[in-house]
Structures are given as C-alpha cells and as structure tokens.
Design a protein around this ligand. Structure first.
Ligand code: KG4
Ligand code: ZN
Length: 344
C-alpha cells in the first residue's frame, strides 16, 4: 500500500456532515487513539431539528479545536500521520464544506494524501471496531436521513438492495417524538419509554409482506399523529409509554422482518446494523434474537452505542478501505450533499 510508508499506520479523520463536529486519529483501521465529538444538539433543540446555518457556524467554531484535541489526545505528531480523511457526503452542504476545507488545508500544509469518505460507508465500517468485517455481508443502515439495506460483496463495494420510499426510520422517531412533546432528537427517549408500555395501538407494518427490500414509514407516522390528534379532540389522554411501545414495535417488526429476509436471499456471512438508530436497544436485542433463531450461519455485528451516532472514528475506519482501493482526492474535492451508494 503506497500510503503507508511510515512506521505506524495513522489516519486523521474529520466528520462534519450534520450536527456533530468530530475529529479522530485511527491506527491500523481498528484502534481508536482519539475520537473527539463536539455535539451541537443543544443549539438545535429549540428549533425541533437541525438548522443548517446554525450547524455551519458551530462547525467553524469547533473544527480547529477538535483537530488540536484529537492530535493531543492521540499523543502523536503531525509528521507521523499517513493521510487525512474527510466526509464529503451525504449531508448538509455548508456543514460538509467546513470539514472538507479544514481537511484540505491540513493535507496541503502537511503534504498528506486526502481521502474522501462517504458518511454512510463510515457508519458501516464502525462495525470494524467490534470485529473485522467478513464478506459477503448485509448492512442495515438506519439513521436520521437514511434507511437502507446494503449488500457488500467485498470490502469497499456498497450496493443498495432496498431503501425507504419516504421517511427514514430516525426521521420518523424524531417526528413522532415532537408529537409526544419530547425534545429533538427523540429516538433515545422513545426507546426508553418503549420498555415501559404495551403494544396496544397496533400501528401498520408497512410493506412487510411485499416482495422487495424497501421500507416506508410515512404511513406509520400519519397513523400515529392521527391517533394522538383524535384523542385530543375527544379530550382523551393516551398513555405515552403505550404509544412509544406501539410505534417502536411497528418500526422494529418492519426493519427486522425485511433484514432477515434479505439475509436469507443473499449469501451472507455477517449482518451489520449501523447508523444512529442502531443505538436502539429494542432493535439490537430483537435482531440478535431473530438471527440466532433463523440464521445460524450469520454473525450479527453492531457497533457500540457510542459509535452508532455520527463520529470521526468511523470515517477513519472507512478511510483505510479507501486507501486499499487507492482512492485519493485532490484539492478540488467538493461536498456532495446527496452522495449515495448505487442501487442493484
Ligand atoms: O446517524 P445519526 O447520528 O445521524 C445521521 O446521520 O442522521 O442518526 C441520528 C438519528 C436521529 O434520528 C435519532 O433520533 C436516532 O438516530 N436515534 C435513535 C436512537 N438514538 C438515536 N433512534 C432510535 N433509538 C435510539 N436509541
Ligand atoms: Zn450519520
């Protein structure tokens, strides 16, 4: 590998696609020497979602501090690095450009190669911090903006076999959370409430029986909102916990049902679950349980909760794969807000 001519294989990775400014130093793809994450969630909470302009301003304020802190905590010198990796999409254009500009400047000043990383590939490659990926595999990618089943025939090859036709799973959690009066983002809180209630509302399980690997969550969201509004009009109070349990049961039934069928259709060795929603306790438990029962040949790999949300360590891990493919960007690298894997 032409990148790694120095004694240690070290990459500095930068992530700024949404509302977390993050910089990490990764060694040998799987060792996290530092992973600084500056979250802006408190600034966006009062708006009930991420405000792109606010996000960009925060990234500008945080990026250099995060870079300094990441190098310091990793206890390495700039000269020891072999490359700089950066998320170039998908994400908010203004937010992405802050990370990209910082990465370019650092790469140029230190004469380091610049590795462009797809944020969603980063989510999948976070599984490397648990165990090495084995191929072929299927990844269920569930985040605030994406819900996809991705088939990886070999490392570095990502093909979409199914995806949401409307809302992403995380987006549905956040919209439903708003109706429940929870603060943004509400996935974690709904997950916690869901343990305490019962599935009494029996919300729809969209597309579960259909012969494809696509998802749809907008019908579930509408059904949830209508249920709450109708009750309000009749001055009835619904049990929040039961609403959360019922909503989560529908999401998990569909995600797990489709994922299991995908793993029965493709010859896979591993199932990776990744993205912010992979932090969901109910989903983690249920997918492990069903794979153990139905797919004895398949190993489930889910990153630790702290590495499911956006972070630069996962971008560093994905960058090692790009290095192997010798994917390198020049200083004209631009943000690609709607960057996507190819569909099969
Ligand atoms: O991957 P991520 O950090 O950012 C994007 O790239 O979108 O995902 C954020 C999403 C949010 O929608 C948030 O509500 C959801 O992940 N999330 C969860 C949980 N923790 C975070 N959803 C369900 N259960 C959780 N425990
Ligand atoms: Zn993400």
């Amino acid at each position: 590998m032409k990148f790694f001519t120095k004694p240690r294989k070290l990459i500095l990775a930068i992530e700024s696609s949404c509302d977390e400014t993050s910089v990490a130093v990764i060694e040998d793809q799987t060792k996290i020497l530092s992973n600084i994450v500056a979250s802006q969630i408190d600034s966006h909470k009062r708006f009930g979602g991420v405000v792109p302009e606010v996000a960009s301003r925060h990234h500008v304020e945080e990026i250099l501090l995060c870079m300094e802190e990441a190098l310091e905590e990793a206890n390495i010198l700039t000269e020891e690095l072999s490359a700089v990796a950066v998320t170039y999409g998908p994400g908010l254009v203004g937010a992405l450009l802050i990370g990209i500009s910082a990465a370019k400047a650092f790469a140029w000043a230190n004469q380091l190669p610049l590795i462009p990383v797809n944020h969603m590939a980063g989510h999948i490659q976070a599984a490397n911090f648990v165990r090495p990926l084995e191929f072929p595999l299927i990844a269920l990618l569930v985040s605030g903006g994406h819900t996809e089943l991705v088939y990886m025939k070999e490392n570095g090859s990502y093909q979409i076999i199914g995806q949401t036709r409307d809302d992403a799973a995380g987006e549905a959690y956040d919209k439903v959370g708003r109706v429940l009066g929870l603060s943004y983002p509400s996935g974690k809180e709904i997950d916690e409430l869901a343990v305490k209630g019962k599935d009494t509302f029996n919300f729809p399980r969209a597309m579960l029986r259909e012969d494809n690997f696509d998802f749809s969550f907008s019908g579930l969201k509408s059904s949830f909102i209508n249920t709450v509004h109708n009750a309000e009009q009749r001055a009835e109070t619904l049990v929040k916990e039961d609403l959360a349990t019922s909503f989560q049961a529908s999401v998990i039934d569909v995600l797990v049902g489709k994922t299991i069928r995908a793993c029965q259709t493709y010859p896979v060795k591993q199932l990776v679950v990744a993205g912010g929603v992979a932090a969901n306790k109910g989903l983690r438990e249920r997918i492990q349980q069903e794979v153990t029962e139905k797919l004895t040949e398949v190993t489930v790999v889910i990153p630790p909760v702290a590495l499911c949300g956006d972070n630069a360590a996962m971008i560093g891990s994905a960058a090692f794969v790009e290095c192997e493919k010798e994917v390198i960007a020049d200083l004209t690298l631009n943000a690609v807000p709607n960057l996507s894997f190819e569909a099969i």
